[in-house]
Design a protein around this ligand. Structure first.
Ligand code: C2G
Length: 437
C-alpha cells in the first residue's frame, strides 16, 4: 500500500483544495491529511483564518477523500508524521515548490499544480474591503497603518491629523489627507482614533453619529458620563466601539491570564505593573499631541490589574504624582489599590526610566513578565522550588497591533470574536485615568 501525506489550513474549503486532495489520493492508495492547528497558523503568520480547527477538519472529513486526518501543531512535525505513519509520498501545491525538498530524505516529494483563480482569502473577503480611517498624529498611527497590511480585507481610507510631522510619507500625501473628521468619515466604514485623549469624546461621538465603527486608543473618554453616552450611542446604532489596548490582543498575555484564572499560582494577592518611556519633559512647552504619563500608560498598566483583581477597589486607592516644572504634565504616577482579596500597584512615567516588568504574586507561586511586559512574547511561572518553574513563549508579531485590528475586523464582520476588554474595565480605566482620577 502506498501512503500519501499532505497538509493545509483548508480555510473555507474550496475547489482548489479538493482538486489537490483528489490528485494527492491518486498518487497512492491511502491519503493522510494534516490540518493546521490555530496556534500553528498564528505562529507561521496566517492570522486571518476564519474557521475553527474543528470546522476545517469536519469539512475535510466530509469530502471522503482522507483515509486519516491529523492535526499539524508545530514546525517540523511533518518529519515526525512521515516516520510515524510510514508515508511514502509527501505532496503539496506548487505554490510551495522547493520549500519541502528537505523531506526527500524521508519520502518522495511531489508538488502538484495549484489551481489558479481561487483562494481562501478571496472567499473570506467576498464582501467589499473594510475601509478604515485614521485619526491622530503620533507614531502609533504609523504602526497601525503598517499593521493593517497583515489583516486581509482592510484598506486605509484616509487620515485626519492636526499635524503631519510624525506621520509616514504615504500618510502625508494629499489623497489620504482630510481637512475635517467629517470628510474622513464619509469615506470610511470604521475609524481608528489615536488623537489626544481630550479629543476622543467628540470624535467618537461624531463617528458613531455618522454610522462608523470605532476603535479608540484608551481612555475612550475622560469622564464616566461621556463614556456612558458613547457606549449607549454605539449600542443604539448597533456599532462596534472597541477599546484599543494592544496588549489585550497578544497571545502570550491571554495565555498568561488563562493560567492565572486556572489557579497555577494559587490565589492572587498582588498585581504590580510598571510602564515607562523616557521623553524630555524639561522642554518649555511639550508638543501638544504628547500624552502625559497617566493617559499614555495608565490604560495598559491598569488592564491586568482589573482583569485579575476585578474592578471593585472600593477599599482604597491612592495616587502619588510628580508633575513637571510647569505643573501641567504628570511625569510619573504611582497608583496603589486595595481590593477585597488583595492589593495592586501601577507605576507609569513618560519622564522616568524604570524596569517595565509585571509581577503577579500568588499563594502557590508567582508569574514574572520581563520588560517590556506590555508587548511580551514570554513569561515565567515561578515557584519556591526553581526546578518547578515553567517558561512560556508565544510568537508576537508587530507588538500585537495586527491581532487588535483583526479582532476589530471580526467584531464588525460578526465573525467568531468577542471584545477582549469588557465595558466595565474600560469604565474603570477612565475612572482612574480620566478627569475623575
Ligand atoms: N491549493 C491549491 N489551489 C488553491 C489553493 C490551495 O492547490 N487555489 C493547495 C495548496 O497548495 C495546499 C493545499 O491546497 O497544498 C492547502 O492550501 P491552504 O489551505 O492554503 O494551506 P497552505 O498553508 O498553503 O498548506 O505546511 C504546508 C502548508 O500547510 C500547505
Amino acid at each position: 500500500m502506498t501512503k500519501v501525506i499532505t497538509y493545509g489550513t483548508y480555510d473555507f474549503l474550496h475547489e482548489g483544495h479538493i482538486r489537490l486532495l483528489k490528485r494527492a489520493k491518486e498518487l497512492g492508495d491511502y491519503l493522510i491529511v494534516g490540518v493546521t492547528a490555530e496556534d500553528f497558523d498564528m505562529a507561521r503568520g496566517k492570522i486571518n483564518v476564519g474557521q475553527s480547527l474543528m470546522e476545517r477538519v469536519e469539512a475535510i472529513r466530509q469530502t471522503g477523500l482522507a483515509d486519516r486526518i491529523i492535526v499539524e501543531e508545530y514546525e517540523g512535525q511533518k518529519i515526525d508524521d512521515i516516520r510515524r505513519y510510514e508515508a511514502d509520498i509527501f505532496t503539496v501545491g506548487s505554490d510551495w515548490l522547493g520549500k519541502f525538498d528537505y523531506l526527500n530524505e524521508y519520502c518522495k516529494v511531489v508538488y502538484l499544480d495549484r489551481t489558479e483563480g481561487i483562494s481562501s482569502t478571496d472567499i473570506r473577503n467576498n464582501s467589499q474591503k473594510l475601509r478604515i480611517g485614521l485619526v491622530g498624529e503620533t507614531n502609533i498611527v504609523n504602526k497601525f497603518k503598517n499593521e493593517c497590511r497583515y489583516v486581509n480585507g482592510i484598506e486605509i481610507s484616509g487620515i485626519y491629523a492636526s499635524t503631519l510631522e510624525s506621520l509616514d510619507d504615504d500618510l502625508k500625501n494629499l489623497a489620504m489627507q482630510c481637512d475635517s473628521i467629517e470628510d474622513l468619515l464619509v469615506r470610511s466604514d470604521a475609524v481608528y482614533i489615536a488623537s489626544k485623549p481630550s479629543e476622543h469624546y467628540s470624535q467618537v461621538m461624531t463617528a458613531l453619529k455618522a454610522g462608523v465603527h470605532v476603535l479608540c486608543e484608551s481612555p475612550i473618554t475622560l469622564t464616566i458620563r461621556q463614556f456612558e453616552e458613547v457606549s449607549r450611542m454605539a449600542v443604539d446604532r448597533n456599532l462596534v466601539l472597541m477599546d484599543g489596548i494592544k496588549t489585550a490582543y497578544s497571545l502570550a498575555f491571554n495565555r498568561m491570564m488563562l493560567l492565572i484564572k486556572s489557579g497555577v499560582i494559587g490565589d492572587v494577592l498582588s498585581v504590580d505593573t510598571t510602564c515607562t518611556s523616557l521623553i524630555d519633559i524639561n522642554e518649555k512647552a511639550l508638543p501638544s499631541h504628547i500624552w502625559n504619563s497617566i493617559t499614555a500608560w495608565g490604560p495598559t498598566a491598569l488592564l491586568p490589574v482589573f482583569m485579575i483583581m476585578g474592578t471593585d477597589y472600593s477599599q482604597a486607592v491612592r495616587f502619588s504624582k510628580r508633575l513637571n516644572n510647569n505643573d501641567d504634565f504628570d511625569v510619573f504616577t504611582k497608583v496603589s489599590f486595595i481590593f477585597e482579596d488583595g492589593v495592586a500597584s501601577i507605576k507609569v512615567g513618560q519622564g522616568v526610566k524604570s524596569e517595565g516588568e509585571m509581577v503577579v504574586s500568588g499563594t502557590k507561586g508567582y508569574i514574572y513578565i520581563p520588560a517590556p511586559w506590555w508587548k511580551t512574547d514570554y513569561f515565567e511561572v515561578r515557584y519556591e522550588n526553581p526546578s518547578d518553574n515553567k517558561r512560556y513563549f508565544y510568537q508576537l508579531e508587530g507588538e500585537g497591533i495586527r491581532y487588535e485590528i483583526l479582532s476589530f475586523f471580526n467584531l464588525i464582520k460578526g465573525h467568531r470574536s468577542y471584545n477582549r476588554i469588557s465595558k466595565e474595565i474600560s469604565r474603570q480605566i477612565i475612572e482612574i485615568v480620566g478627569q475623575d482620577g
